[in-house]
Design a protein around this ligand. Structure first.
Ligand SMILES: C[S@@+](CC[C@H](N)C(=O)[O-])C[C@H]1O[C@@H](n2cnc3c(N)ncnc32)[C@H](O)[C@@H]1O
Length: 676
């Protein structure tokens, strides 16, 4: 641009000079800093499970050049007539050589088909694994979990050019000139949906390597409203390094920590041995070190972040500490101080060396109760400093941006760990180290014992395993929801095709990741037994035997699609039931129910359904006896009737109108940009 501007100055004809300068000005105003990439629409998905019937769009998976068709009629039980979508003559095709395809953006009506279950602790909520294309699963989650998720961890394909992922059913490799823009287009669509799942204090972690890290960062900064990167961590995943063609050995990957608001707080990590060695002092309660009572660090240590932790402390000449009486002023969001300092007392506020107003690490009530653990010292400049005892067992250390603990090794605690669990080698390429995932979750907010954690590129299921590990440490109730597709590896697909086995057939599906790796892993690590029934050998790094398993429950579903007219007629209650179950916290056994009764109160679950509107009175009486119910689904076509019943149920329960909310959701909950 600068060169062009200089050249313009040299144009002798003033009229022409001004005209060109004006046009360049317009161009500059339009040019944005950031990524320029194609949106690659529409993305399509093949759904071998769906019925080939009139009106649906189909393709011939065996003939890639054939394109798309619309089914125009039924010839007989085995054959249908199809018309090319772009025009041309109708033809007759065998149903079993066709597969239904859907474009992203077309309304689809999801259902969850139960596939498997592990129940180790009856009554405890279930983790969930869903075998699905994640774009559709994310749409479903917007129905069940909008603004309810604490942490999203994703490890999408890295787009290395090594045929590590598929776009519209084709591998994307080095020869694909649109490789980067296809990847960006794919990830953008999913992040646009995923961001809406997070609570204001929630955080998302995206792991990635050099191939896409810079594009991804720019994408998040410029293209995804509401998301901002709060930290980029390099994780040493391969201590010996992976050789590259150019001569460097790659040791690390990145984890981008992304927040939706300032309410997200960066969590701490357990201390390393070196850090623990800093706790040199000891008293009756154990090892400790002295640390400044004033917090230092990022935005969450500023007065605005926690105004209640900004208050005066009076320190007398004989080093006694006094906290004045005070009252909280809600409007001003500050303490009104009710006692002045005495003549021999100095007033200290948590002011940083940079003069900024920060906070004390303890609220005034907690501090009053722990004055024995406080001491007054002078710093090098002779200023009074309040220090408190920090125990080794207390909150961990602030995470750095370079993580190099040996347990992050992807080989030892990813590949080898998975081999031990499954009892077979090379089941899945590059599973993450369970300890690296656990630490990412801790930093992103999963320290909360009831955190809801989602991973929609789940692969071998490391994130659910890591969640169980965190729960075992503190008896937490974190819940993990995984989505991964049931992709068959390129090698296995070739072998199956040679045997004449096609996608959708049970033999094909049995070889997919979800079926052959993710669910067997979850089952094995929760029960402590490998798929061959033998106990899993070895221990976790905290000494817990792997054969002990975990006191956790998990349910496994396949995402399916429904015909909306059947939903409207109430014929699909059984297929929608697992969605209601998930929405209400996934607790209790899932019952088989066709929905033909007056109402349904599933045992042990936190939801109930009124199936016949005219039995509301009896339903309400039953509901009053079940205070643990949080979600009430009311089947009615009338919004007035729904509102009336809702007001009788009361505000403390979440009421949802069936099937209207379900049908509306999947019609309107599409990003308009991605609709056809
Ligand atoms: C890099 S791997 C994740 C590995 C995982 N973190 C682990 O430790 O095992 C990405 C996974 O996402 C799956 N995947 C890719 N695209 C997907 C999509 N659109 N929907 C669902 N899963 C997808 C792939 O099949 C692969 O298993």
């Amino acid at each position: 641009m600068a060169l062009i501007e200089n050249l313009i100055k040299d144009i002798a004809d003033s009229r022409l000079r001004i005209q060109i300068a004006t046009e360049l000005g317009k161009l500059k105003a339009r040019k944005q800093f950031g990524l320029v990439f194609e949106e690659h629409l529409p993305e399509i998905v093949q759904l071998p499970g769906l019925a080939v019937k009139p009106g649906v769009r189909v393709t011939k998976p065996g003939d890639k050049a054939a394109g798309f068709f619309v089914v125009t009629g039924v010839v007989n039980g085995k054959k249908v007539s199809i018309a090319p979508e772009r025009g041309g003559t109708e033809q007759v095709a065998a149903r079993d050589e066709l597969v239904v395809v859907k474009r992203f953006g077309e309304p689809m009506y999801p259902a969850l088909v139960p596939v498997g279950r592990v129940t180790r602790v009856p009554g405890k909520p279930y983790h969930t694994l869903i075998s699905a294309e994640n774009f559709h699963a994310l749409q479903l989650f917007l129905y069940c979990y909008e603004s309810r998720v604490d942490v999203i961890y994703i490890d999408p394909p890295y787009n290395t050019g090594a045929r590590d992922w598929k776009y519209n059913n084709d591998y994307v490799d080095k020869t694909d000139t649109f490789r980067h823009s296809k990847w960006l287009s794919m990830i953008k669509k999913r992040l646009m949906l995923a961001r809406r799942l997070l609570k204001p204090e929630g955080m998302m972690i995206v792991t990635i390597d050099d191939y896409e890290v810079h594009h991804l960062r720019t994408l998040i900064d410029h293209e995804i409203p509401g998301l901002s990167v709060v930290g980029v961590v390099a994780i040493k995943t391969s201590p010996s390094g992976r050789p590259t063609l150019r001569g460097f050995r790659t040791n690390h990957e990145y984890a981008l920590f992304v927040a939706t608001s300032d309410a997200a707080v960066i969590g701490t990590l357990p201390r390393s041995e070196n850090q623990t060695a800093l706790f040199k002092e000891a008293d009756d309660d154990g090892a400790f070190m002295w640390a400044n009572l004033r917090k230092r660090g990022g935005a969450n240590t500023l007065r605005e972040a926690r105004p209640k932790q900004f208050y005066p402390i009076y320190v007398s000449g004989d080093k006694k500490v006094r906290i004045p009486k005070m009252e909280w002023d809600k409007d001003k969001r500050e303490w009104e101080i009710l006692e002045a300092p005495k003549r021999n007392e100095e007033t200290l506020y948590p002011l940083g060396d940079d003069g900024k107003e920060r906070i004390w690490s303890l609220g005034h009530e907690t501090l009053r109760g722990s004055l024995d653990d406080i001491r007054i010292v002078s710093d090098k400049q002779g200023r009074t400093v309040i220090q408190r005892k920090v125990r080794a067992s207390e909150e961990g250390s602030q995470p750095s941006t370079f993580w190099d603990k040996p347990q992050y090794s992807i080989v030892e605690n990813g590949t080898v760990l998975l081999e031990r669990i499954l009892g077979s080698a090379q089941a899945f390429p590059f599973p993450k180290s369970i300890y690296a995932v656990a630490d990412c979750l801790r930093v992103a907010g999963a320290a909360r014992e009831d955190a809801v954690i989602v991973d929609f590129f789940a692969g071998s299921g490391t994130t659910m395993h890591a969640t169980a590990l965190l729960n075992a440490e503190d008896s937490g109730n974190r819940q993990c929801i995984l989505v991964t597709n049931n992709e068959v590896s390129e090698k296995a697909a070739k072998e199956l095709a040679e045997k004449g086995v096609e996608p959708g057939e049970p033999k094909w599906e049995a070889e997919g990741i979800c079926e052959a790796v993710t669910w067997p892993r979850i089952r094995a690590c929760f029960t402590g037994k490998r798929p061959d029934g033998k106990p899993i050998p070895n221990e976790y790094i905290d000494g817990r035997p792997m054969s002990k398993g975990f006191e956790e429950n998990a349910a496994y579903y396949r995402l399916d699609f429904l015909d909306p007219t059947e939903v409207k007629r109430g014929e699909m209650y059984g297929a929608i039931l697992p969605i209601l179950w998930m929405m209400a916290g996934a607790s209790g056994e899932l019952e088989v129910c066709k929905g033909s009764g007056k109402h349904h109160f599933p045992k042990g679950s936190a939801f109930c359904v009124l199936l016949q509107e005219d039995h509301f009175k009896e339903f309400a009486a039953k509901l009053a006896e079940r205070p643990e119910i949080t979600h009430v689904f009311l089947v009615t076509d009338s919004i007035e009737a729904f509102n009336e019943m809702r007001s009788q149920v009361g505000k403390e329960k979440r009421c949802v109108q069936l099937y209207k909310s379900y049908l509306d959701n999947f019609k309107i909950n599409l990003e308009p940009k991605y609709a056809d």
